[in-house]
Design a protein around this ligand. Sequence first.
Ligand code: IPM
Ligand code: MN
Length: 378
Amino acid sequence: MTQYKVPVIPGDGVGPEIIAEGRKVIDAAGEKHGFDVDWIEFPNGADHYLETGELLSEDTLKELSNYKSIYLGSIGDPRVAPGVLEKGILLKARFYFDQYINLRPVKLLDGVWTPLKNKNPKDIDFTVVRENTEDFYIGIGGRAKKGISEEELEVTRSMYSTKFGLDIETDSEEIAYQIGMISKEGTRRVIKYAFDLAMKRNKDKHVASVDKANVLSDIYGFWREQFNDISENYPEIDTDFNYVDAITMWFAKNPEWYDVVVTPNMFGDIITDLGAMIQGGLGLAPGGNINPEGTSMFEPIHGSAPKYKGQDKVNPIATIWAGSMLVDQLGETEASNDILSAIEKSIAENKIKTYDMGGSSKTSEVGDNIARIIREDL
Ligand code: IPM
Ligand code: MN
């Protein structure tokens, strides 16, 4: 029997409840497919932070780096200022492990309601490949004030001084700035991943690139150049450019146009919430933070929903689906496919549904049912 060790960070809010269901389902898939997962629990999250002051320490990160895949519940708690846990744990892990691909399938499963009229599962089936370590997420920014470093001064000056007529040394409270930066290597590797994915998928062999090169032309003009350059190595693949504002419109109107969508980090964050909605809501949207050669991390893309904590109420399907992606990353492709099939079958039975899908089942009943289908019904 193959043995895998998988670190698990249940996290905050509903995290522990949904992760319990994800584990249950992966364990069932392991029984069927001849592998066993040894779950290594990590306490990181709000409680641990409030007790110890640790967000995600260097020691913990080092330990986590021994493993191929981390299973993450959700992070965020009203007792802690917004951003502290998200940046200190979630983004910290994404950056530390250089998980440069954020893979977010947007797939309407059979039997799931979508707010898009007259669209069905064959229309909504694409994957967003979000760059995950650069762009406006690099954390360089601040307020301009007296005593600012020469370097920062230069940056703010070139951005603002002419246009707004600000003398930033005297009007120092007038400016806040955030730098978006992308690198050639960082851009090329994620775009290449998107093209490779389009080659593997059984769809239209199409990659759409998202940018805002008409306005933010330095940064996204560069993105576009790299995209064009790489596309030349993939003559079988059709390409398209979409401005980020326009793609939100097309996701709503013509989602069937899309196969693989590759996007810079921040735009990817925004458009994947829309993607989640058209596939039935955040309760059904999984994500993988992937470093193909290192440590990856799988999570639902929704937050910790603190108001539902401990109620056994929220939908665990996003987390279970993320578990299917995790298992795939481990190399257990059949088990991964079985998990997704079992999710689909459970939904098709139309009996066990949480409140967001119009039912009243509990979180744990959904996990039980999907695990049962894997054991008995596939
Ligand atoms: C996501 C989240 C995170 C992001 C936050 C919580 C840092 O919104 O995973 O989409 O912005 O990437
Ligand atoms: Mn988001």
